[in-house]
Design a protein around this ligand. Structure first.
Ligand SMILES: NC(=O)c1ccc[n+]([C@@H]2O[C@H](COP(=O)([O-])OP(=O)(O)OC[C@H]3O[C@@H](n4cnc5c(N)ncnc54)[C@H](OP(=O)(O)O)[C@@H]3O)[C@@H](O)[C@H]2O)c1
Length: 249
């Protein structure tokens, strides 16, 4: 890495979409990726796999729902790099496979809370921890991984599973995106969300039509936006149109 390199942190990058984003960003000229995971063994395996694919990633553990873990990660980042340029909030959970998850009338409120803690509150937590480093250099690109299932305008007519915990938690994530972007509107820190589409990951299952590599494309686009680029927007995956198209919240 050189002094000019952009430092990119990807949460939950030991597998699935997060790993694919780490790989694509790591293959982009001038970007140093930092793989993070809650399980150190899984994260180190991912780091090694990336090395075999020609990507020299750094690694540190990070459980996005654990305050101590976030603080330890932030301290390490400050000491090792003194900055962060790109933050990809990818870590997520989806408890939809449990049957009671199919209705807002039967879902356990504990499940809603824990899903919300990972998919929405943790994004606010990490932003609070890292935003100071971005403000210091007036540069930042924050990319929040959302889903079309969280679009309030699409919900009354779509055919997606009801999945109340997942959808409401991603609605929370979308809200964090809008509010944070508004708070940062006078800065060169750009905050956006996108839906990667249904992908073949542990979460998406093997019947999904797209690979995580395809889902990662829009993350790279949003992570490398020029100054004055999109702020506080919600995008569909780029492959749908060959370009970035905006979704309604
Ligand atoms: N797959 C799809 O079709 C699809 C569609 C739309 C949006 N998304 C979104 O895309 C993102 C990635 O999903 P995926 O499909 O790649 O799912 P995945 O294969 O299940 O991977 C989820 C990742 O999040 C990590 N994670 C979960 N809780 C964490 C925590 N507390 N701290 C740190 N990491 C944590 C997991 O780590 P562990 O290995 O430790 O569990 C794993 O690395 C999610 O935000 C998801 O909602 C996925």
């Amino acid at each position: 890495m050189t002094k000019q390199s952009r430092v990119a942190v990807i949460t939950g990058s030991n597998r699935g979409l997060g790993y694919a984003i780490a790989k694509k960003l790591g293959q982009t000229q001038g970007i140093q990726v930092i793989v993070t995971s809650r399980g150190e063994v899984e994260g180190r395996v991912a780091q090694e796999k990336l090395a075999q694919e020609g990507v020299s990633a750094d690694y540190h553990s990070l459980d996005v729902t654990n305050e101590e873990s976030v603080q330890a990660f932030t301290a390490w980042l400050k000491q090792m790099y003194g900055k962060v340029d790109i933050l990809i909030n990818n870590a997520g959970v989806n408890p939809t496979r449990q049957i009671e998850e199919s209705s807002v009338l039967t879902v356990k409120l504990e499940t809603m809370l824990s899903t919300f803690a990972t998919n929405a509150l943790a994004v606010a937590r990490i932003s609070q921890a890292l935003i100071g480093l971005m403000k210091e250099q007036n540069y930042g690109r924050i990319v929040n991984i959302s889903t079309e299932m969280a679009s309030l305008t699409a919900t009354p007519n779509d055919n997606y599973p009801l999945a109340p915990s997942y959808r409401l938690s991603k609605l929370g994530l979308n809200g964090v995106t809008v509010i944070l972007a508004k708070e940062l509107q006078e800065t060169n820190i750009l905050v956006n969300a996108y839906s990667p589409g249904w992908m073949q990951t542990d979460m998406g299952g093997e019947n999904a039509p797209f690979t995580p590599e395809e889902g990662a494309e829009t993350a790279v686009y949003l992570a490398t936006l020029p100054e004055g680029g999109a702020q506080g927007k919600f995008f569909a995956e780029m492959r749908k149109s060959g370009g970035a198209i905006e979704l309604n919240w």
